[in-house]
Design a protein around this ligand. Structure first.
Ligand code: CS2
Length: 407
């Protein structure tokens, strides 16, 4: 049976790629890899890896039982089993949602060879996605498609470059003709699971150990550049295109840009959830402003749809049945801000146009970092310590790898 090996079995993957695979029909099955903790494997094993997706936002919650996952392997304790899977000809597609920081990239977007986790993987027993792929592909004899589903511009190419850099530093030989790394844009707002949700799902008699809350909307735009067959994801609503970049730009700059701004301004204003922040008239106005600024930077063919896209995003953010925590979005700002704020800002500067809302968003990130540091809280970011230092010295430019004059 054809298989997918998925790295990063969090809620987003279970609301998105796994749900598309289930809807696509056919006989594809998924094995998951949990990058750190055993918690998800333990919870899901109790229900034989089936789980309930709870679609919130309509008059009633909709419960969908998803049963496409066969097992979950643990990266820290089962590296050999994972490498065996990567060599298995039945495993034709690797998908990944390891978050921005799971790529271990420097501010210039290239793999950070000095990163301690990457250094660790050079010894031959990997624990990162990059190490697993480089070592796994060097042992593989049949084609495979590696599909990044993380929120990054050019995510497939970035992943391919990172794996190549690792392989060349580690002296691994890979037959690159066998492998494709298509880009993709993924979208579905997926908060964390709460006890309240578990209880509600249990009361309905559905698998309740690891349910996932999500919204009705979802989007998946995939570069049609595969080395292997794939599930009929188009039947489940995915779109295959030749160039994903315009879709990535609109989503990262408008949706994720607005999300991050709401997170920083919202926490500073004392809000807890996205739907509360967007109900605050001041934050609604800056969000609309940021979207309008970001929209100006999009390719011309998207200009006509951007206003409606923005209105739809506001309606999605306002969904009161999704308890989407602002602090969850505020996490890992150093990895997110370049694609969410800086690229739009730079594009506007090149057009000699002002960017007051994007400037305010960037300011809100810095204010948030200062406030957290002052309150003695650790900043949840791979560069957390450096950011805490930068907060006391007011030197955020080097965190983002930009010229201080440009901040
Ligand atoms: C959010 C995203 O946590 C975050 O940074 O902006 O996870 C967002 O909810 C998704 O990209 C929506 O598709």
């Amino acid at each position: 049976m054809p298989q997918i090996l998925h790295f990063g079995v969090g809620n987003f993957f279970r609301a998105h790629q796994a749900a598309y695979t289930a809807l696509a029909g056919g006989d594809w099955r998924i094995s998951g890899v949990s990058m750190r903790s055993d918690a998800m494997r333990r919870a899901m094993a109790a229900d034989n890896f089936a789980y309930t997706l709870v679609v919130e936002g309509g008059p009633q919650s909709e419960f969908q039982v998803i049963d496409v996952i066969d097992d979950i392997l643990l990266a820290p304790t089962q590296p050999d089993e994972i490498l065996t899977k990567l060599a298995d000809a039945d495993v034709q597609i690797v998908t990944a949602t390891v978050t921005e920081k799971g790529y271990h990239l420097a501010a210039n977007g290239e793999l950070e060879l000095g990163d301690p986790d990457i250094q660790h993987d050079m010894n031959g027993t990997p624990k990162t996605l990059i190490g697993f792929l480089a070592i796994g592909l060097s042992q593989r004899k049949t084609p495979m498609t590696i599909l990044s589903c993380d929120n990054r511009m050019d995510n497939g190419r970035v992943l391919e470059r990172a794996v190549k850099k690792f392989a060349s530093a580690a002296g691994l030989n890979i037959n690159w003709n066998l492998f494709m790394f298509p880009n993709s844009m993924v979208d579905r707002i997926t908060p964390a699971t709460t006890d309240e949700l578990r209880n509600r799902v249990a009361a309905m008699g559905y698998p309740a150990t690891a349910p996932v809350p999500t919204e009705a909307f979802s989007e998946w735009v995939i570069e049609d550049n595969f080395a292997t067959p794939r599930p009929d994801w188009a039947a489940a609503g995915a779109r295959f295109v030749t160039d994903v970049a315009p879709h990535e730009m609109r989503k990262l700059r408008m949706l994720n840009g607005a999300h991050s701004m709401l997170a920083y301004q919202g926490v500073l204003a004392g809000h807890e959830f996205v739907h509360q922040a967007i109900a605050d008239p001041t934050l609604l106005a800056t969000t609309q402003g940021l979207m309008a600024e970001a929209a100006l930077t999009l390719p011309v063919e998207l200009q006509d749809m951007s206003a409606q896209y923005g209105r739809d995003l506001i309606a999605r953010f306002a969904n009161p049945s999704l308890a989407h925590s602002l602090r969850q979005i505020a996490m890992d700002g150093s990895q997110k801000i370049p694609y969410r704020f800086l690229q739009s800002r730079t594009a506007l500067r090149e057009m000699n146009m002002p960017s007051p809302c994007l400037d305010a968003a960037l300011q809100a990130w810095m204010d948030f970092c200062r406030a957290e540091t002052k309150a003695g809280r650790q900043i949840n970011d791979p560069l957390g310590r450096a950011i805490a230092d930068a907060s006391t010295r007011d030197d955020f430019a080097h965190i983002l790898g930009v010229d201080p004059a440009k901040l």
